[in-house]
Design a protein around this ligand. Structure first.
Ligand SMILES: Cc1cc2nc3c(=O)[nH]c(=O)nc-3n(C[C@H](O)[C@H](O)[C@H](O)COP(=O)(O)OP(=O)(O)OC[C@H]3O[C@@H](n4cnc5c(N)ncnc54)[C@H](O)[C@@H]3O)c2cc1C
Ligand code: FES
Length: 279
């Protein structure tokens, strides 16, 4: 069951002019979250202490992947963090949030990733802020002893974040940037394609992807071409996160060859890539 809490802002770490990591005191949500799940956050609840100011903009909450599970030194759950990219009214407010402010946070929501076990290896494919669900997934895979690679693409070197976090979990990094300032010049799909082509058919691999829809569709096509399973985390616009508004529907293949729609907040955000009908 999702929990709705008034979460104190513990810390706000700007990573660049557009990205920040916001740590929220939400121990019950932290304890219940599985990798790939998300929270709905009401950014205009950002006030000192409890309560909500008069403004109704933004009226609706916004979805964010749980980025990190925050624990104290003795392992007690403290809260969660989110990795936010500033694109509009809510993410602007979250970028400017200050410790001590409080906001409404509902979660955990949605279906998580299904983690593999050795001897399967895990390949995570992240584009930009699509990195967000992979910190908790990498921890879970590390605990299972799964060899993990992160294919991570960004616009430039300055937008490649948390590399040491993943290295500390023994995650192999394959980096690309659109301007060539770090890693391979170009899109993250290119090294993924080459690695899949080189991998022996009998060696199991699970592909996990999160990022812009074009990147997800390309990842799904490549996975299908090489006959590999692929789970994608889709980012539809979500009005409620609870199945009530149908703003988040996505077309899926039916068993009879036709199509049907699912609400990605309930059936997803993690969905089997080969069943999605990409637009
Ligand atoms: C399950 C899920 C998890 C997400 N996790 C994260 C995360 O971890 N970090 C993060 O920064 N963002 C994440 N997002 C996207 C995030 O929800 C949007 O960036 C946020 O809603 C924007 O709110 P805003 O008020 O700042 O922008 P708005 O003012 O609402 O919108 C600004 C512009 O962005 C467009 N837009 C808004 N949401 C989306 C979207 N989902 N896809 C494409 N265009 C959109 C709007 O149409 C508008 O043109 C996630 C989305 C989903 C569905
Ligand atoms: S976000 Fe409202 S139904 Fe999915």
């Amino acid at each position: 069951m999702p929990i709705d809490v008034a979460a104190d802002v513990i810390a706000n770490h700007p990573l660049s002019a557009d990205y920040n990591v916001l740590a929220l005191a939400a121990p019950a949500i932290a304890a219940a979250t599985a990798p790939g799940q998300f929270v709905m956050i009401k950014a205009n609840g950002l006030v000192e202490g409890a309560g909500c100011p008069g403004s109704h903009d933004p009226l609706l909450r916004r979805p964010f992947s749980v980025f990190e599970i925050l624990r104290s030194a003795d392992g007690t759950h403290i809260g969660i963090s989110i990795l936010s990219k500033r694109i509009g009214v809510s993410t602007r407010l979250l970028y400017d949030a200050r410790p001590g402010q409080r906001l409404a946070c509902l979660g955990p929501l949605g279906r998580p990733f299904t983690a593999v076990e050795p001897p399967a290896v895990a390949w995570m494919v992240a584009g930009g802020v699509g990195l967000a669900p992979f910190a908790t997934l990498a921890e879970s895979l590390h605990a299972r002893g799964v060899r993990t690679t992160l294919f991570y693409g960004a616009r430039s070197a300055a937008e490649l974040f948390y590399l040491d976090f993943f290295r500390a979990l023994d995650v192999e990094l394959v980096l690309t940037t659109e301007d060539g300032s770090a890693g391979e010049h170009g899109r993250v799909i290119a090294p993924l394609d080459r690695r899949l082509a080189a991998r022996p058919p009998g060696a199991p691999v699970m592909i996990y992807a999160c990022g812009p829809e074009g990147m997800l569709a390309a990842t799904a096509r490549i996975a299908l071409r090489y006959g590999r399973p692929c789970q994608v985390s889709v980012e539809r616009i979500m009005g409620c996160g609870l199945g009530g508004c149908y703003s988040c529907v996505i077309a899926m293949r039916s068993d009879d060859g036709g199509a049907h729609h699912v609400r990605s907040c309930l059936a997803g955000p993690v969905l089997p890539a080969d069943q999605i009908i990409w637009g």
